[in-house]
Ligand binder design. Structure first.
Ligand SMILES: [Zn+2]
Length: 405
């Protein structure tokens, strides 16, 4: 048990409430009291308490990449470089590499991640990591002759992660359908069948490039040449809307949507899905971005993630939010800072199917404390923006009532 208080406490949840001289008291893993006048350790001048953050979309298996992959030349040129260097990059990341990246995630105030697991080498380490993990086992492959093999390999990884989840309640199993252009429709069906039966959350990359849109609409564009050369059996299988509709009835996060229109946003809203935004990755690969304002217009839950080091230079979620703050110029900065923080601590949890994101009794005691450079704010409305501008490392991190940092 314990209790702390700071100059400001952001309660969290979908709608913000800020309590001055607010504190939090917890017993075991749960919060028992939140509000003014909580007696406990004072965290000092300019201290701010808020729910811990979530990195909604990572690929830790690719953490061995530093400058090996081709950026700034469009998505397909990047993809070619991934295919060329995949084995080498995957082989570079083993236990110590995961440990370091998880330590950096915790340092940035992250206590939960949505990890896309391509080949399952992250399961062992993340099964023991001191944070909450939703491990999305990925299914990928188009070759009709390899469907059975790909499915049995995927099932073996799902079973391995299920065993870990039985031992560790902070480790959860999810399913990742790589994308509509890269997974044979039979595998899409089988993966979704498991997700529906077991109630597993799902993530899928969608409309990350112009090439993808052109392929899904007309079986044309840059992917035509790419597939013709490397995967001649590839065919267009679904329109973007048909693909989205397949996810009805599952908890799903569509990742990227940089080439998504209002029509797709509406379809995602209709099936109760969410969107995960990875602005740095999108800028480096394709130069485009999600229409943040459009997603908000359709009232979509929008989460935020760093993607992997295969398309980013850092897994620091503050850096990701700061970049988003400067990209989406149609949303005013004070409003956007608040929306981005809400994405990181609240919407990510909703999309990943996790509890919390709001500091209130009965919720898990997952929270962080940071310190503002100026001890007293003249205007309270400045709080989200000042936090976002001045934080990279998070001085205190609590997960399930335990101090991780
Ligand atoms: Zn990704």
């Amino acid at each position: 048990m314990g209790a702390v208080y700071g100059d400001y406490l952001i309660v969290g949840g979908e709608k913000w409430r800020i309590i001055e001289k607010g504190g939090i008291r917890w017993e075991g893993e749960k919060i028992v009291e939140v509000g003014e006048g909580v007696e406990g350790e004072y965290l000092g001048e300019g201290s701010v308490l808020l729910p811990s953050l979530v990195n909604g979309h990572t690929h830790l298996e690719f953490s061995g990449n530093r400058g090996k992959l081709r950026y700034g030349k469009g998505f397909v040129r990047w993809l070619e470089s991934v295919i060329a260097h995949r084995e080498e990059i995957l082989n570079r990341c083993r236990e110590e590499c995961y440990r370091q990246e998880v330590e950096k995630l915790i340092d940035s105030g992250v206590t939960a991640i949505g990890e896309i697991s391509s080949i399952g080498i992250d399961i062992d380490y993340l099964g023991q990591a001191p944070i909450e993990v939703v491990l999305y086992n990925e299914i990928l492959g188009l070759n009709p002759g390899a469907v059975d093999f790909l499915y049995s390999d995927f099932l073996a990884r799902v079973e391995e992660s299920q065993k870990v989840a039985e031992e560790n309640s902070n480790f959860k199993v999810g399913i990742s359908i790589h994308s509509p252009y890269s997974v044979h429709w039979k595998l899409v069906e089988k993966g979704l069948e498991i997700a529906k039966r077991e109630g597993y959350p799902v993530q899928t990359h969608l409309l990350e490039s112009r090439a993808e849109r052109e392929w899904l609409e007309k079986e044309e564009g840059e992917f035509k040449g790419f597939f013709g050369e490397k995967f001649p059996f590839a065919r267009r299988q679904f329109s973007p809307i048909q693909f989205i509709q397949l996810f009805e009835g599952v908890k799903v996060g569509f990742v990227h949507l940089t080439h998504g229109t209002g029509e797709e946003m509406e379809a995602i809203g209709k099936i109760g899905g969410g969107v995960i935004h990875c602005p740095i990755s999108n800028r480096l690969l394709e130069g485009t971005t999600l229409r943040w304002d459009l997603g908000r217009n359709y009232n979509l839950p929008i989460g935020i993630g760093t993607d992997g080091l295969s398309s980013n230079y850092t897994l620091n979620i503050w850096e990701e939010m700061r970049v988003a703050l400067f990209i989406h110029q149609s949303t005013p900065p004070l409003q956007l800072a608040q929306e981005l923080l809400t994405s990181a601590f609240y919407w990510n949890r909703k999309i990943l199917g996790l509890e919390g994101g709001e500091l209130k009794p009965e919720n898990p005691a997952d929270f962080i404390a940071i310190t503002l450079p100026e001890p007293q704010l003249e205007e309270l409305e400045q709080l989200p923006l000042q936090i976002l501008l001045h934080t990279t490392s998070t001085p205190r991190v609590y997960f399930r009532g335990k101090k991780l940092k």
